[in-house]
Design a protein around this ligand. Structure first.
Ligand code: NAP
Length: 480
């Protein structure tokens, strides 16, 4: 009996999507891999039909059935829907890890040619500022919440190490901005440092993200795997794509517990859509990652090798530097198909092991604290008073409260008590109230009463408890 073919959901996408997806499908079919495709709609056409998420119900059902997706880029047309269909897909199927490998490719001329770059960005894919939780707190002041969880950090750190081991890589750098964002970015650094000793064969190093960008521009060959938060990873991975030839060559995998989505890093490139000009390499290499993920390792190696052999033979698409007579998308595809089974002279197939994904936990993930205390509260108010006048007014209002005004900040800078520095102010103040008795704890009733008193005279829009977990303050101090 012939074994059942593995079903894959195909999203041709928008712009150049259908062209590069067709290229990848033709190459996959030519490998003889035991796969079957379910083509579904998502993106611009779905938005135009009034589907606010850009992802029709039938597409979601197909993905739930197949659990593997090969997708073209999806645009978010302005005026349809609020959210990117890409972000919706990633959050809907909780593809928490985004793996973006780049490496020097034969004949792809870059400023770093000859330096054998081979770098993988492992990016957290759900949390951070890209969770998209934003508010206009006043008509002129916007807020975005950077949500980072211990659970999210643990999963991405374990994925980065598992990936490094599967590919027999030597080092994992954790890139964060923990010197400034000590609690959010710091959580990834601490989690990384906690788990790194469990992978003694891998060199583990922390690096500040700005220095990482600098080092990537100066000495990129020092990097192997880099694990980082969502927005940092988005930016760094476009940078690493640029180091190795541009978006036309950058594949990616969005890894989840149940569903994994494989796609090129690039977007729909509307300027070249329908012209048979797009470079399909990024999507074809994403398809190779997908084949490896579903256990079609030989087909994956064949595809990667055929792409390398095609590039070695001098066939170029129009996005490559110095190209004279560019091959069209279909000509490039035909060349790759004709090279299936051949092996690259410069870069032989690698011996990949299966990536051992961290097991998913059932239920709500909880980090326990042996002791907790609420020592105060920040109340955010909109006011056109100067800080001294605002403080004077607040202090008068709270004379009989168990809380006292400790400080006021404006965009993070302390403006009361005044340091004497001139600060340009906006009408958005964070007023920090702490208990007069430094060992007691603030009750919810006391907070609500305080908000009522302050709110009687000032427009407030946000409150935040000042918590301590296990005796440690769980909030940032102001910048003096
Ligand atoms: P983009 O589509 O990646 O295109 C930027 C430029 O890169 C193109 O104009 C083209 O440059 C070049 N390019 C990209 N892919 C190429 C390929 N395969 N072959 C040859 N050249 C390629 O970025 P964008 O213009 O910022 O975004 C366009 C749309 O795509 C937006 O709606 C965005 O939201 C969406 N997008 C989707 C995804 C996704 O689905 N994952 C990712 C990013 C963006 P030339 O000018 O040299 O032709």
């Amino acid at each position: 009996m012939t074994p059942a073919k593995r079903k894959i959901t195909i999203l041709p996408g928008d712009g150049i999507g259908p062209e590069v997806v067709e290229s990848a499908l033709a190459i996959i079919i030519a490998t003889g891999a035991a796969v079957e495709f379910e083509k579904c709609e998502a993106g611009a056409r779905a938005f135009q039909k009034g589907i606010v998420t850009g992802i029709p119900k039938e597409t979601i059902e197909s993905i739930e059935r197949t659990r593997v997706v090969l997708k073209g880029p999806l645009e978010t047309p302005i005026g349809f829907g609020n959210r990117s269909a890409n972000v919706t897909l990633r959050t809907l199927f909780e593809t928490y890890g985004n793996i973006r490998p780049v490496r020097e490719l034969p004949g792809v001329q870059t400023a770093f040619t000859g330096r054998k770059l081979d770098i993988v960005i492992v990016r957290e894919n759900i949390e951070d500022l890209y969770a998209g939780i934003e508010y206009m707190q006043t008509p002129g002041v916007a807020e975005g919440l950077k949500i980072i969880s211990r659970e999210g950090c643990e999963k991405i750190v374990k994925l980065a190490f598992a990936f490094a081991i599967a590919e027999e890589r030597e080092a994992v750098h954790c890139a964060t901005k923990s010197n400034i964002m000590k609690l959010t970015e710091g959580l990834l650094q601490h989690t990384f440092e906690e788990f790194a000793p469990q992978y003694p064969s891998i060199v583990a190093k922390h690096i500040l993200i700005d220095n990482c960008a600098h080092q990537l521009a100066m000495r990129p060959e020092q990097f192997d795997v880099i694990v980082t938060t969502n927005m940092n990873g988005d930016i760094l991975s476009d940078l690493t794509s640029g180091l190795t030839g541009g978006l036309g060559f950058a594949p990616s995998a969005n890894i989840g517990n149940d569903v994994s989505i494989f796609e090129a890093v690039h977007g729909s490139a509307p300027d070249i859509a329908g012209k048979n000009k797009a470079n399909p390499t990024a999507l074809v290499l994403s398809a190779a990652m997908m084949l490896r993920h579903i256990g079609e390792g030989k087909a994956a190696n064949d595809v990667e090798q055929a792409v390398l052999v095609t590039l070695e033979s001098g066939i170029r698409t129009s996005d490559m530097i110095g190209v004279q007579n560019p091959a069209s998308t279909t000509e490039f595809t035909d060349a790759v198909i004709s090279n299936l089974g051949k092996r690259s002279k410069l870069s032989p197939p690698r011996d990949y092991k299966k990536v051992e994904l961290p097991p998913s936990k059932a239920g709500v993930s909880v980090v326990p604290a042996a002791s907790r205390r609420v020592s105060g509260v920040d109340i955010y108010v909109e006011s056109d008073l100067d800080p001294k006048a605002l403080a004077g007014n607040l202090e008068k209002l709270i004379q009989s409260s168990p809380l006292r005004l400790e400080m006021i900040t404006n965009r993070g800078t302390m403006v009361y008590p005044s340091s004497g520095r001139r600060v340009s102010l906006v009408d958005h103040f964070r007023c920090r109230f702490v208990l007069r008795d430094s060992v007691a704890a603030v009750s919810d009733a006391e907070i609500i009463s305080l908000v009522q008193i302050v709110g009687g005279q000032h427009r407030w829009m946000h409150i935040e408890k000042l918590q301590e977990f296990d005796g440690e303050p769980a909030f940032s101090k102001s910048q003096i």
